[in-house]
Design a protein around this ligand. Structure first.
Ligand code: SAM
Length: 159
């Protein structure tokens, strides 16, 4: 499979999983945390799925499209490894983490802290959607929507 095909499948999985959990998250109070704002595509999609919900976005720096940039009070800049722990206990309804790089050695370092952080920011019953696997006892894997191959994108519920 070409890298283009692989990229398209990953983004399709990302969108389909986010769409699949919209109604579930709608019924759960709490903010949404978007780890890895990037250019703001998934931030924009989450705003459509969950209108009026507070979405707090994180990235090293802001380089999103201006129309997909959160207000300053909902934008946290810097390394998530350092900024994220301040949000543990916030009781998020959804955490979406799209901070994988495709480089195994970099992602392995991310995976030393990301699963615990995601579990820590979610309320019980909160949902985690991630481009990297989040192997953590409090995060229960959920079945993926039809047509999404295992391992392409990941979906969990906080116990
Ligand atoms: N989901 C985004 C979108 O739809 O536009 C794309 C996210 S992009 C693949 C990943 C982003 O995560 C990059 O902007 C990168 O700077 C950010 N990122 C990765 N690791 C990070 C870290 N440890 N701390 C802060 N930002 C990080």
């Amino acid at each position: 499979m070409s890298r283009l095909d692989s990229f398209i499948r990953r983004l399709t999985a990302q969108r389909d999983i986010l769409n699949s959990i919209g109604a579930l998250v709608q019924d759960t109070d709490g903010p949404v945390l978007e780890f890895g704002l990037g250019n703001g595509r998934t931030y924009d999609h989450l705003r459509e799925l969950l209108p009026n919900r507070r979405i707090i976005a994180f990235d090293r720096e802001v380089h999103s499209y201006s129309a997909s940039t959160p207000p300053p009070e909902d934008m946290v800049t810097g390394d998530i490894r350092k900024s994220g722990p301040a949000f543990v206990g916030i009781g998020a309804a959804l955490a979406h983490a799209d901070i994988g790089t495709g480089h195994d050695e970099i992602d392995a370092v991310t995976l030393t802290w990301l699963p615990q952080l995601v579990a820590g920011v979610l309320k019980a019953g909160g949902i985690a959607v991630s481009g990297l696997p989040l192997d953590w006892p409090e995060l229960e894997p959920l079945p993926l929507p039809d047509g999404i191959k295992d391992g392409r994108y990941f979906l969990y519920r906080r116990k």
